[in-house]
Design a protein around this ligand. Sequence first.
Ligand code: FES
Length: 159
Amino acid sequence: MNPYNPKIVDHFINPRNVGEIPNADGVGTVGHPSCGDIVRFYIKIESLNGQEVISQATFKTFGCTTAIATSSIATELIKGKPVKEALLLKNEDVAKALGGLPAIKMHCSVLAEDAFRAAIADYYKKSGKEQLLEEVREQSQIHEEKELLSRNSGKGGKK
Ligand code: FES
């Protein structure tokens, strides 16, 4: 039986927003230590009504079906969002937007989340807003704690 729902399959076969953004404002690359998959996000930021908004988001990946599908939908989720709002997105939101993932593939959605967060961190660094990096760290820390808790309770998924 195919463990992937039609939406995952669609984003895998027709990934949205693939490629590089020339002169991206932020680029974030992360790899998963156990499977070796790699995801890179590119973001472009615009100022809109006094807010910094992610106007473009693209990705490239050397990864599995789910890494591609979650990265694809994550670009759609963060595009058009204020940076601070995008920072609050979690891998669970990414998985939910795809209609759910097989439990063993949840870690792939973490890769997408970490990659867009790394791109935001890169943007903060490049634009001299280092003081805002703490916000990125805070969100990542919350996530790491949750991962740890789910791993300790036996719910964590690995390839
Ligand atoms: S990201 Fe490594 S198996 Fe999906």
